[in-house]
Design a protein around this ligand. Structure first.
Ligand code: GLC
Length: 422
């Protein structure tokens, strides 16, 4: 345990706390982000359990009637961020974005349930169960087509891995000819070589304009949207979250939904197979419009352990990838394959390491008895933060920080995981 670094981590969470919700970092991301907040709750739980639960409660205040939980909650307008609430025009009560993000909430709530003894706080966790269930049902209804069984994203930002090369081919057919002129704000806060390109950004904006034109009708977006990709990260995360929700249902006595959740689980397990690419021998994302796999090995590919899937043969192929990548990378695990030409060690999701993905990877490896991989991920993560600070992400080559600094979820992962592992 490193007292000084622990103190810094707590200070980051406290200074990014805007009163019941935490921003990922000042400047670059001035609102509440969905999966950031959920991971941040794990950090708060190490010193203030009530505040931890509050973070998830405020997030769910923005849940829509159909169960959908938005990726950004806009509690106030900040002219420094684009696209903001007046551009999205979404959310019934609290303004929000119209797309979602990886459903890590059930897993985190289940972890908090196991570690928190206070009866009052446990009651608040139990009260979140129906909301979690509604969100999972939303996914199964709109985003898990029967023929795929995997989770389909309708905007790259839903994946949380915003500009992974996995989205390049599927996004290339998005029509950007009609988008209105706009001004990016992210480049005021981070250097251009770390951020998505203009071409990527035009596509992001075109997809937001498409959703807005439908009035954020989730059925229309799911059936007719120009970008519909079965995402390996989302699929493994929802599969894992489904198992955790099932476990919570047992513990909380919700026997009426056990059967339904087991059928969600079975569908998502089938989805994992849909995402296995026989020619690249890896789990990866797959365009549901063209049927094509990305063929890329990313950090999300290795979430198969967290999702608890993979035959002996598939795991052996993944081990070959691991051995190849770990021999090359100074730090594990790069968000993109260092042997691929798209690899860029400083650019968003095209190489850099994210602590929250490392946390899920380590958890999966640990549970599956893959002790060496778990140890490597935990040690590298600890070293990155200790030597380079609480950055948004880190170069797997040099360790230097990329994107924003003073980052909430990096601080949370230090407190809840890698800072207290070694
Ligand atoms: C970036 C990341 C996304 C994250 C957000 C706020 O958009 O790609 O995963 O939620 O920043 O940290």
């Amino acid at each position: 345990m490193d007292k000084n670094t622990d103190k810094q981590a707590r200070e980051i969470l406290e200074s990014n706390d805007k009163g019941g919700f935490t921003v990922p970092t000042g400047g670059l991301y001035p609102y509440q982000w969905n999966w950031d907040s959920v991971f941040v709750a794990l950090g708060f739980a190490t010193f203030d359990e009530s505040r931890a639960v509050k973070e998830i409660e405020t997030l769910f205040e923005a849940q829509w009637e159909d169960g959908f939980l938005p990726h950004i909650v806009f509690r106030r307008d900040d002219p420094d961020y684009f696209p903001g609430p007046s551009f999205w025009k979404a959310g019934a009560g609290i303004p929000s974005s119209g797309i979602t993000q990886p459903p890590v909430a059930a897993s985190v709530i289940s972890a908090l349930w196991s570690s928190i003894a206070d009866a009052g706080i446990r009651d608040r966790l139990a009260a979140l169960f129906p909301k979690l269930l509604a969100w999972h049902r939303w996914f199964l209804e709109y985003r898990v087509p029967a023929e795929a069984g995997a989770v389909v994203i309708t905007h790259p930002w839903e994946s949380g891995r915003d500009n992974s090369p996995e989205w390049d081919a599927p996004a290339s057919s998005i029509d950007v000819s009609n988008i209105k002129p706009y001004t990016r704000r992210d480049l005021k806060h981070a250097e251009a070589h770390m951020r998505p390109t203009k071409e990527d950004y035009d596509r992001y904006i075109a997809l937001v304009e498409f959703g807005r034109r439908t009035g954020w009708d989730h059925a229309v977006i799911a059936n007719e949207g120009p970008f519909r990709v079965a995402d390996v990260g989302m699929t493994m995360i929802l599969l894992r979250a489904t198992r955790d929700l099932l476990d919570l249902a047992h513990k909380l006595g919700h026997s009426d939904v056990i059967h339904e959740l087991k059928s969600h689980r079975a569908r998502l397990e089938q989805g994992a197979d849909y995402l296995w690419d026989d020619s690249a021998n890896t789990y990866c994302s797959r365009d549901t419009i063209t049927g094509r796999h990305s063929g890329f090995v990313t950090n999300a590919s290795f979430l198969y352990a967290y999702g608890g899937v993979g035959s002996a043969g598939q795991r052996a192929h993944m081990a070959e990838h691991w051995n190849r990548i770990s021999a090359r990378a100074e730090y594990m695990l790069p968000s993109h394959d260092p042997d691929d030409s798209h690899f860029d060690h400083m650019r968003y999701w095209r190489g850099p390491i994210w602590m929250v993905v490392n946390y899920m990877l380590a958890k999966g490896f640990e549970e599956q008895g893959m002790a060496e991989w778990n140890a490597r991920i935990a040690a590298d993560s600890e070293r990155l933060i200790r030597e380079h600070g609480f950055n948004e992400a880190f170069s797997p080559v040099t360790g230097s920080g990329t994107g924003g600094s003073g980052f909430s979820w990096t601080a949370a992962m230090w407190l809840a995981w890698c800072g207290n592992e070694a």
